[in-house]
Design a protein around this ligand. Structure first.
Ligand code: G3P
Ligand code: CA
Length: 263
């Protein structure tokens, strides 16, 4: 009946992560991409963190500015003011002419502080850290900014670096933590590995392409959450939903919102 149907629809609500913001529609890791994602009702905006020479946390995926700005060089060798002189939107217009917009021209790389200032508690943030070897002190800086904005309960953290995640766990027992995995071949994971991850993390984020239903079942049986990245087509989103994943990272959160309504 209707009641049963609505209960199961509610149960099947998964977490929608806007990968680098709504990065299918706007330049990744910019305020425009995050704004769109929030408007599309993503549960989390995902933010990749890098650190400048003068110790500022910025939202950027790559270690260099080459791909997503009009500049060149490593973030760690540039000051924030050097980063701020760059255009981080025009590359998107050149690459994605269908979604190109004038307002993206000369868009600025945001600091994590600016992202928190812009959205405060109106959204949730999935913060991705690098290895502590790459950026010593990044975790400490990130967490003190989270505390300054009183966003402790609006944050989740993910990383490919177990070491980095353990540093975060030391600072907070409550923050949801995701161990990222990237599989080149069809994915499998041992009971031992799942147990190890369970000691410091709440879940796993892995590349969707190499997963299957069996992997998802194993992770969930170990009482871990299973998030997948980065289904961008309805058909792949539907497949992940059928596997019973807990969350999906996508560049097109609006498509996932619509797909989820169908269930
Ligand atoms: O969403 C997971 C994903 O962020 C990890 O890969 O390269 O997009 O940061 P990447
Ligand atoms: Ca990321």
């Amino acid at each position: 009946g209707f009641a049963v149907g609505s209960v199961s629809a509610h149960d099947s609500k998964i977490t929608i992560v806007a990968h680098r913001g709504a990065s299918g529609y706007a330049p990744e890791n910019t305020l425009d991409a995050y704004r769109l994602a929030v408007r599309m009702r993503a549960d989390y905006i995902e933010i990749d963190l890098q650190m400048t020479e003068d110790g500022e946390l910025i939202a950027m995926h790559d270690g260099t500015v080459d791909r997503t700005t009009n500049g060149t060089g490593f973030v760690r060798n540039m000051t924030l003011s050097e980063i701020k002189s760059l255009d981080s939107g025009s590359w998107f217009n050149d690459k994605h002419s269908f979604y190109a917009r004038k307002k993206y021209i000369n868009e600025k790389v945001p600091t994590l502080r600016e992202v928190f200032e812009a959205f405060g508690p109106s959204t949730r943030y999935l913060l991705e850290t690098k290895s502590p070897k790459e950026y010593p002190g990044l975790e400490e800086k990130m967490w003190s900014l989270v505390q300054e904005f009183k966003l402790e309960d609006r944050i989740a953290v993910q990383s490919f670096s177990m070491e980095s995640l353990k540093k975060i766990r030391k600072r907070s027992k409550g923050v949801p933590i995701f161990q990222l995995m990237w599989y080149k071949n069809p994915a499998s994971i041992s009971k031992e590995k799942l147990k190890e991850i369970g000691k410091y993390a709440n879940g796993i984020g892995a590349n969707f392409q190499k997963l299957d239903k069996r992997y998802v079942r194993r992770v969930k049986k170990a009482n871990l959450l299973m998030y997948v990245y980065t289904p961008n087509f309805r058909s792949s989103m539907a497949r992940a939903l059928k596997w019973g994943v807990d969350g999906i990272h996508t560049d097109y959160p609006d498509i996932l919102v619509a797909e989820q309504r169908q269930i």
